[in-house]
Design a protein around this ligand. Structure first.
Ligand code: PMP
Length: 403
C-alpha cells in the first residue's frame, strides 16, 4: 500500500534533513495572535492567516466560553439531524446579512463548503471553469462532482473568454470559479473583467473569499465589495478560519433554489456541525469586523510596511501589496534552509513547495496580521533580510544567485 508514496517519502526525508520539519511544527503554547512558544523559546508568528488578530479577542473568548457551558462541547450530529441549534441558523442569517445575500449555508470547514457546493451545483452536463491557481478544495470539489472541468490561465480573463467560446455549442450551464485574494502570492482576481465575461456569456460566477473576507472592501466584505460587482456574483464561498479567527465555512447566494442544497450537498449532510462555542466566537467575529474598521486599516498599513521592507531588500515578491507577502525562490532546497534559519532566529513563516505553488516556485509565505506591531514587522524584515543576504538571496547579488 505504501510503495506508491516512495517518491514523497524521499522528498519529505530531504526536507527534514535540513533541520526542523516545516510540515510538523507544533506550538507548545500560543500566547497571543503574534507569539507562540516552541521549546521554551518565543516565536514571532508571521504565517497564520490571522489577518485581524481576532483569535484572542476577549469578546469572542467570552462568547465561546458561555456557549461551551450552555450547550456543551459538541453537537454530535449533522445539520440535517440533531446538529442544528438556534445558533447555527442565526449564524447563517448573519452571514447572509453581512454579505447582503438572501441565504447562506454554514459548513464545518471552508474545504467542505467548496466540496459540497461545487460537486453538487454543477451536474453531468455542466461546465466548471476554474482558475488554474485555485485552492485544493476547489479542485477537490470539481473532482467529486460530475461536471466537465476546464482550467483557464491564472487571472487571465482573455483565456477564460476563449475557453467559454470553445464551449459555446455545448449544452449545460457554466460556472466560473475564482478566488478573491490568492493564498500563495496574495494577488487579487481581475473581478470586474471576469464579471463582464460572465454577463456576456450567461455563465454563473462563484467567488471564494477565503483570504479576502474581513480584509478587502470598505466594510470588509471582500473583493466583491472592493470591485463593486455584488450583483454579478451568484455564489460567495468563505471560511471562518482566517480573518474570523475560528473554524467553519459558508456559501451565500441570492438564488431562490439555493436552500435545496441542504438536502443535496453531501459534505453538509454527512458530517457533524460546528460546536456551539465556535458558532458563538464566529458571531462575535462578525460583530468585531463591523465595529472595528481600524483593524482593516492597521492590517493594510502593516501589509504595506512588510512588503516595502522586503522589496527594498531585493527579494522577489508577489505582484501586489496585500497581507500575504511571499518571498519567491526557485530552489526548493534553498527555501527549506532559509525556512529553518528563520525558525532558529525566532520567526515562523509558511514554507510552500511545488506542486502546491504557482509556477513551480518555492515560497516563504508571510501573512501579516492587524495584531502585529510595526516593531515586530521591522524586526522580522531585518532578520529575513540578514539571512537572505547570507544565503545570497537578498541584495544586489540576489538575481544572479537565484537565476
Ligand atoms: N478556499 C481557499 C481559497 C483557501 O485558501 C482555504 C484555506 N486555505 C479554503 C478554501 C479552506 O478553508 P478551511 O480552512 O475553512 O477549510
Amino acid at each position: 500500500m505504501f510503495g506508491k508514496f516512495a517518491s514523497l517519502h524521499e522528498a519529505y526525508g530531504r526536507v527534514r534533513q535540513a533541520g526542523a520539519d516545516p510540515f510538523g511544527v507544533a506550538f507548545d503554547e500560543v500566547v497571543s495572535p503574534t507569539t507562540a512558544r516552541i521549546g521554551g523559546r518565543d516565536i514571532l508568528l508571521l504565517g497564520t492567516n490571522n489577518y485581524l488578530g481576532l483569535t484572542f479577542a476577549p469578546e469572542a473568548i467570552a462568547a465561546a466560553s458561555d456557549a461551551l457551558h450552555r450547550y456543551g462541547t459538541g453537537t454530535t450530529g449533522s445539520r440535517i439531524a440533531n446538529g442544528t441549534y438556534a445558533g447555527h441558523a442565526e449564524l447563517e442569517r448573519r452571514v447572509a446579512r453581512f454579505l447582503g445575500r438572501r441565504d447562506a449555508m454554514v459548513f464545518t470547514t471552508g474545504h467542505q463548503a467548496n466540496l459540497g457546493i461545487l460537486a453538487t451545483l454543477a451536474g453531468r452536463e455542466d461546465h466548471l471553469l476554474l482558475d488554474a491557481d485555485s485552492h485544493a478544495s476547489i479542485y477537490d470539489g470539481a473532482r467529486l462532482g460530475s461536471a466537465s472541468v476546464t482550467r483557464f490561465r491564472h487571472n487571465d480573463p482573455g483565456d477564460l473568454a476563449r475557453r467559454l467560446r470553445v464551449l459555446a455549442d455545448k449544452p449545460g450551464d457554466r460556472l466560473i470559479v475564482v478566488e478573491g485574494l490568492y493564498s500563495m502570492l496574495g494577488d487579487v482576481a481581475p473581478l470586474r473583467e471576469i464579471a463582464a465575461i460572465k454577463r456576456e456569456t450567461g455563465a454563473y460566477l462563484l467567488v471564494d473569499e477565503a483570504h479576502s473576507l474581513g480584509v478587502l472592501g470598505e466594510r470588509g466584505r471582500g473583493l466583491i465589495e472592493a470591485a463593486g460587482v455584488h450583483d454579478d456574483v451568484d455564489f460567495v464561498v468563505g471560511t471562518f478560519s482566517k480573518s474570523l479567527g475560528s473554524i467553519g465555512g459558508f456559501c451565500a447566494s441570492d438564488h431562490a433554489g439555493f436552500d435545496l442544497l441542504r438536502l443535496a450537498a453531501r459534505s453538509y449532510m454527512f458530517t457533524a456541525s460546528l460546536p456551539p462555542s465556535v458558532v458563538a466566537s464566529v458571531m462575535t467575529g462578525f460583530d468585531l469586523i463591523d465595529q472595528r474598521p481600524q483593524l482593516r486599516a492597521q492590517l493594510s498599513a502593516n501589509a504595506a510596511r512588510l512588503h516595502a521592507a522586503l522589496a527594498a531588500s531585493g527579494f522577489r515578491l508577489g505582484p501586489s501589496v496585500s497581507p500575504i507577502v511571499s518571498v519567491r525562490l526557485r530552489d526548493p532546497a534553498l527555501a527549506v534552509t532559509f525556512w529553518n534559519r528563520l525558525l532558529s532566529a525566532g520567526i515562523y513563516v509558511n514554507l510552500a513547495l511545488p506542486p502546491a505553488t504557482p509556477e513551480g516556485e518555492s515560497l516563504l509565505r508571510s501573512s501579516v496580521s492587524a495584531a502585529h506591531s510595526f516593531a515586530e514587522l521591522d524586526r522580522a524584515a531585518a532578520i529575513i533580510t540578514a539571512i537572505g543576504q547570507e544565503l545570497g538571496i537578498a541584495g544586489p547579488q540576489a538575481a544572479a544567485a537565484e537565476s
